[in-house]
Design a binder for this molecule. Structure first.
Ligand code: TA6
Length: 301
């Protein structure tokens, strides 16, 4: 669909409109009574969420991010599906699955109220996806922009056999100073430390970031909090459908090695991801659906 056709079919006057964005990909721009947001149809990818009371975007996107050559956008909320991390079968398929570098379709737009707007995007199987992963599916992401940002990733098995998933809402958050950030809610939980060969470790106290952090936390609670004193705010994440969560910061060396991340970007971003990862594997029966969701709300420290 062209931008004009998207606007004819799905725009909401003065609230939700479609434009040409990053690398000429179509983006939806939302501006309602509560917040602004931007969602790229490539990847079904949230790029921005900023309540009017905030000076800094809640969501981090690298200035070097690109959609070129099938790359996934660095930042925002990448959708990892139907696997999280490396190809589980070791067949050389893309890291984090194959839906974050495809063009999603607009399913619906709705003005819930003056301060709440909902955009639903969808992606279904094709010959190309079936060559990568031999299952029919319908995937939808429902994005609600209001006092909170809510993202629901809904998988429907439209085939005749069950399939297994791991997946993630791989959310990048903007922070003012990583040295002063603390992630709370995972105290007393075990995690797999991917920096040290998936060694199982115990989290005592709040999480501070003082080197590369790449951890899959197990048996996690629904609510986590990112304390960001430099921006004088907290971000609360409330999730459902998951028992694992990932905390990731590439730190100095990994950031310098990533061509689509600035060398000092590790100082102003952190990923706190809502995941079905590691042993948290989801099986979806034929005709069934599964929803993984996360909701993000900001308040003053
Ligand atoms: O969620 C953390 C992680 O799995 C890290 O290991 C790192 O690979 C990150 O995702 C980014 O992955 P990407 O494929 O987007 O570069």
């Amino acid at each position: 669909m062209t931008i004009d056709t998207l606007n004819q079919h799905h725009a909401i006057a003065d609230v939700l409109t479609f434009h040409t964005g990053m690398d000429d990909q179509p983006i939806a721009k939302i501006h309602n009574a509560t917040a602004t947001a931007e969602i790229c149809l490539y990847g079904g990818h949230v790029l921005s969420y900023k309540p009017h009371h905030e000076t800094e975007d809640v969501i981090f996107v690298s200035d070097l991010a690109t959609c070129a050559d099938g790359k996934a956008i660095r930042g925002g909320i990448p959708i990892c599906w139907p696997w999280f991390g490396a190809d589980p079968d070791g067949l050389g398929r893309p890291n984090h699955g194959f839906v974050r570098n495809r063009l999603w379709q607009v399913i619906a737009t709705a003005a819930i109220d003056s301060g709440t707007t909902k955009l639903t995007l969808g992606l279904s199987d094709t010959d190309d996806t079936r060559n990568l992963w031999p299952h029919p599916f319908e995937l939808a992401i429902a994005i609600t922009v209001g006092k909170a940002l809510t993202v629901e990733l809904i998988t429907r098995n439209t085939g005749l056999t069950p399939f297994k998933l791991t997946q993630a809402l791989h959310t990048y958050f903007t922070v003012g100073d990583i040295d002063r950030v603390r992630v709370r809610g995972l105290e007393g939980k075990y995690y797999l430390d991917k920096v040290e060969g998936d060694t199982r470790k115990f989290q005592s106290g709040a999480i501070a970031i003082t080197s590369e952090v790449d951890r899959i936390y197990l048996d996690v609670p629904a609510v986590l909090t990112i304390d960001d004193p430099a921006l004088d705010r907290q971000i609360h994440t409330t999730s459902s459908g998951n028992s694992t969560a990932v905390v990731w910061n590439p730190w100095i060396e990994k950031a310098a090695a990533m061509g689509d991340l600035g060398n000092t970007d590790y100082k102003t971003m952190i990923c706190v991801e809502t995941t079905n990862a590691a042993s948290d594997v989801i099986e979806v029966a034929p005709g069934e659906t599964f929803c993984l969701s996360a909701s993000y709300r900001v308040n003053r420290l």
